[in-house]
Design a binder for this molecule. Structure first.
Ligand code: OVM
Length: 408
């Protein structure tokens, strides 16, 4: 029997004791200015029910961490977006690392983990630093720049595809695919439909890059195909893991670096502090930017069984939106969370998730962040706004549309 799913997932009634909040977390005004939503969400309880989507939302640190950490009760295999893959056909073949549970997840993740290991990234890091220094010299010579294009997009789209071993990278297609992937986890709203309309020009190109013939023999991609040669995974799976690198490795770091620049422009005293010790503080500065302006604002999990969180009864099939950006500003976890303070201990933030699905590329992401912030701190004496920054609405990613800066 064919049933129409109103919300792309099972219909769920509000659990006893949770506040019902008629908010639209996907309203463009919320997506581009999420802080008031975060505060209200945490104030209303550990879980809140949103009738227009029949979902639960979690915005406090403790509950968000509990749900994200417990992959056995809160599944990824039914999709990390609003659509339940058990009931709706996904827009693309599911990721074999993001949209899967253990034990398959464990097996596939191990292959990528090895390809992105600390020793691999250590070898890349010197190149990242040199590229960052070259880029900073270039933008410094221009004086006024639009920093989303000139730094936030330029840097990751240069260093990451090269590290993967993409022979013919196309920065625009990589960034636009990221926009599709991260908008796809939202409801089927206008925003999602607008980016999905471009799938025919972007998806085939992405899929082509996942073929072994498109990859160099010395990159991260080649290491993944070596696991196929060793019989650990199939050739098709290796290609799917390349797709994961291209899905998760570009927009995330573009957003993280852009937001870090925005934070430093807004807090000149923090940039001066960073300049006092670029080597020691570029890591903590990037970490604090991840907490303060969390790139992946929210992912869903699906309750695989009837369960409880903070005494709230959750029915099997419930979609729970875990708002990592709100959890990262929870005063119960972070002292004075509304202060951007690169001297704080930001560890424990949920920007890179927690548990078995935590960001598998975090070592390389951090190396990129440190390289660019370190180069800025070494070469630039002041970062100022040269116009109004604009945020770009996205169903899961906090990202800038434009960031006019003056560097001196
Ligand atoms: C993937 C992937 C992994 C992490 C994040 C992501 C939605 C995608 O494996 O395709 O963004």
């Amino acid at each position: 029997m064919a049933t129409t799913l109103v919300h792309q997932h099972k219909s769920i009634a509000p659990p006893k004791g949770v506040e019902v909040w008629d908010v639209d977390p996907y309203d463009e005004a919320v997506l581009t200015n999420p802080l008031p939503f975060f505060d209200a969400l945490r104030a209303k309880g550990g879980l809140v029910y949103v009738p227009r989507y029949e979902i639960l939302i979690s915005g406090r640190y403790e509950e968000t961490r509990e749900i994200f950490y417990d992959h056995a009760r809160f599944l990824s295999s039914r999709g990390v977006g609003m659509a339940d893959f058990k009931l709706e056909e996904p827009w693309r073949p599911p990721s074999i690392v993001l949209e899967v549970d253990p034990p398959e997840h464990t097996h596939n993740r191990r292959v990528i983990m090895r390809a992105l290991s600390p020793s691999v990234v250590r070898k890349l890091e010197q190149d990242f630093v040199e590229d960052a220094e070259r880029l900073v010299d270039e933008v410094l010579a221009q004086g006024e720049i639009e920093a989303v294009a000139a730094i936030a997009e330029a840097f990751p789209t240069h260093v990451f595809p090269r590290a993967v071993g993409i022979k013919q990278p196309d920065a625009r297609k990589l960034v636009d695919y990221g926009a599709m992937v991260f908008n796809a986890v939202g409801p089927d709203n206008e925003l999602r439909q607008r980016v999905m309309a471009r799938a025919p020009e972007i998806v085939p190109w992405i899929n082509e890059q996942c073929d072994r013939s498109r990859l160099t023999e010395d990159g991260i991609g080649a290491t993944i195909f070596a696991a196929a040669d060793a019989g650990e995974i199939g050739e098709a799976e290796a290609g799917m893991l390349i797709r994961s690198l291209l899905s998760a490795g570009v927009d995330t770091t573009v957003s993280g670096i852009g937001s870090a620049l925005w934070c430093l422009a807004q807090h000149p005293e923090q940039f001066q502090y960073l300049r006092s010790e670029p080597t020691n503080l570029s890591g903590p500065a990037f970490e604090e930017a991840l907490r303060f302006c969390t790139p992946v604002q929210a992912f869903f999990r699906t309750a695989g069984q009837d369960t409880t969180v903070s005494d709230i009864e959750i029915e099997e099939g419930t979609k729970i939106l875990c708002v990592l950006g709100a959890a990262n500003r929870d005063p119960a976890k972070f002292e004075n969370p509304e202060a951007f303070d690169i001297g704080r201990d930001a560890r424990g933030h949920l920007a890179l998730g927690v548990g078995v699905h935590s960001c598998v590329g975090q070592i390389i992401a951090r190396a990129e962040g440190r390289a660019i912030l370190g180069a800025l701190a070494e070469r630039v004496s002041r970062i100022e706004f040269a116009g109004e920054p604009k945020w770009r609405p996205n169903n899961s990613m906090r990202a800038l549309e434009s960031l006019p800066l003056k560097l001196s």
